[in-house]
Design a protein around this ligand. Structure first.
Ligand code: ARG
Length: 570
């Protein structure tokens, strides 16, 4: 609705009383629209204008030329109130929705590129439930940035390098498992999980094994062919399962450039750090000091020559800048890694990479689950964390029970149940400020009432089923906008008109929750409209059907921007 505000401001400027900027500053949008959709309180003007606020408002009301789209202006007790013309709003909004379809509210290309590093799990083991957060926040942000006009590079910075692989190698060989290629090719991530767990258990009694694992990783880093063959097999087995889950969740990436990818790009970084005299020895380590930024030193290299997580992130950042020339680079990673990213960004600054300013850590809180009456954070290593695939299966099962009770004949009900289940998990993750921890309570998350995924899905299903029952698509030519000016229709149209602004706000704040809350707003006003204004069989059927169709299209796209499946029937 920005343009209304702009037009009111220019109309006021034309009265010669104040500038458009000053008018915009005064202008507000009252939540209750009985006294207008926009209002200018004239009290602060009284002093400079040497007149009573009531008089100022009255004079302005008489002078101002009403911009198109507004139906009246009124002076009430020192307030200048503007009313939107409901028919005009209906026409201008719905005609545009109908012309642009799913892309209504999207911005034109801004010529900018954003890299979004998300999901990026450590592989060699299965995805845990907590991986849902980075995966779904990042997935949604990548869709939101695209809709806001950016070119998006979706990057999965797999943790496919590091001591964890040393552990797997040690354990695999300790159990004397066959190492012929055929056996290696048929490895599954489940077996790796078991190996990993065995390592944790056995190494407790054999402390030497940790050293063995580190040595094994160093050997791998140095290019040992046999170890490399094992590593490749472990990596492939995990990737296969990873892709299966991503497919199921509707998540995709443009690049799977994991940590191992940067091995051969690290020497150049080390050379540069040395040349610029940034690296010093501290105990056994090569580090970059960051005292001047009040940060602990950034660890670059261990005494045995092996590199660290931060080193690989330095190489990855430089690679991304060179390869994609990004305007922004986002890291969707939990809050616990805040220090790591500060260190990496500041080392880049010391290296003279001015674009370090364009790197952003996008943190989020943890998922808390109820364990013995207390909210707790699950841990993969202690085995209390649930696997993501188990949570998805359980969600699907819950929704399927619901479908079996209400609509057992539904075609494809397994798939639909899974999509609603995944959407429910996702919505729960996205609905609040991402930095907050997420309390995960099964019954609340899967409920069809309240601030939930199933609730917004259901609103979309209801819109779709009205359209389906009508048996035809509403045509622009049949619409009488005067029939869309009652309160329920007007409230819904006002909400639909906000789409573009919501997309931009979600993008500027890196907050999918802005769109999640917006989806709830659409669902609520759409439910209310359907409830109050009978669509099928009414005298206004064709006009109302057109509004239903526009609401459906807007909601479908908002669900899609959140990474929820826009289900059509349930
Ligand atoms: N693999 C890391 C982890 O699981 C997250 C990687 C995030 N991305 C990055 N470029 N550091 O903790």
């Amino acid at each position: 609705m920005n343009s209304f505000e702009q037009e009111i401001a220019s109309a006021l400027e034309a009265t010669g009383t104040f500038t458009a900027d000053a008018a915009l500053k005064l202008l507000s949008v009252p939540p209750d629209t009985t006294h207008g959709n926009f209002t200018i309180p004239c009290f602060s003007l009284a002093k400079t204008m040497r007149k009573a606020p009531k008089i100022i408002a009255e004079e302005l009301a008489a002078q101002v030329k009403l911009p198109s789209g507004l139906s009246k202006v009124e002076a009430v007790n020192g307030y200048l109130n503007f009313f939107i013309d409901r028919g005009f709003l209906a026409k201008s909004t719905l005609d545009e929705v109908s012309a642009k379809g799913l892309e209504y509210g999207h911005a034109a290309s801004n010529g900018k590129t954003v890299c979004i590093d998300f999901s990026s799990p450590n592989i060699g083991k299965e995805l845990a439930f907590h991986h849902l957060r980075s995966t779904m926040i990042g997935n949604s942000l990548s869709r939101i940035y695209k809709a806001a006009g950016y070119k998006v590079e979706r990057i999965n910075h797999l943790g496919d390098w590091g001591t964890a692989f040393g552990k797997l190698i040690v354990m695999y060989l300790r159990e004397n498992r066959p190492t012929d290629q055929e056996t290696l090719d048929s490895l599954t991530v489940k077996e790796l999980n078991i190996l990993y767990a065995s390592f944790s258990k056995i190494s407790k009694e054999n402390p030497g094994m940790e050293d063995e694992a580190r040595a094994a990783f160093t050997k791998l880093e140095q290019g040992d062919e046999f170890y490399r063959k094992l590593w490749l097999a472990f990596r492939a087995a995990t990737l296969k399962e990873l892709m299966r889950i991503y497919d199921m969740m509707g998540v995709g990436f443009d690049h799977y450039t994991g940590e191992s990818f940067f091995e051969d790009k690290i020497p150049a970084i080390l050379d540069e750090l040395r040349e610029k005299n940034l690296m010093i020895k501290s105990q056994d380590l090569d580090v970059v000091m960051l005292d001047e930024f009040d940060l602990n030193p950034c660890l670059i290299r261990k005494s045995d020559g092996s590199t660290l997580y931060a080193t690989r992130d330095l190489a990855a950042a430089c690679y991304r800048k060179a390869e994609y020339n990004f305007d922004k680079c986002l890291y969707v990673v939990d809050l616990g890694q805040a220090l790591h990213f500060k260190q990496v960004f500041h080392v880049l600054k010391k290296m003279g990479r001015e674009w370090y300013k364009d790197m952003y850590h996008i943190p989020f809180g943890v998922i808390l689950q109820m364990v013995d009456g207390k909210w707790e954070k699950g841990k993969t290593r202690t085995g209390t964390a649930s696997l993501l695939r188990d949570v998805i299966d359980a969600a699907q099962k819950k929704i399927l029970e619901f479908i079996d009770a209400k609509n057992p004949e539904l075609e494809n009900k397994e798939l639909i149940a899974r999509e609603i289940g995944i959407s429910a998990l996702t919505f729960n993750d996205l609905k609040n400020d991402r930095v907050k921890d997420v309390r995960f309570d099964w019954d609340a998350v899967m409920s069809f009432e309240g601030d939930t995924g199933p609730y917004v899905q259901n609103a979309h299903v209801r819109l779709c089923s009205i359209l389906k029952k009508a048996g035809y698509t509403a045509a622009l030519a049949d619409v009488d906008y005067a029939q869309l000016t009652d309160d329920a229709a007007y409230e819904l149209i006002k909400v639909l008109a906000k789409k573009g602004g919501k997309i931009l706000a979600a993008c500027e704040q890196d907050q999918p929750s802005v769109l999640a809350q917006y989806a709830l707003e659409i669902a609520e006003t759409a439910h209310k409209f359907i409830h109050e204004d009978r669509v099928l069989g009414s005298a206004e059927e064709k006009s109302r059907l057109f509004l239903v169709q526009c609401a459906q299209v807007v909601l479908e796209n908002v669900l899609d921007l959140l990474g929820l499946f826009p289900i059509r029937q349930m």
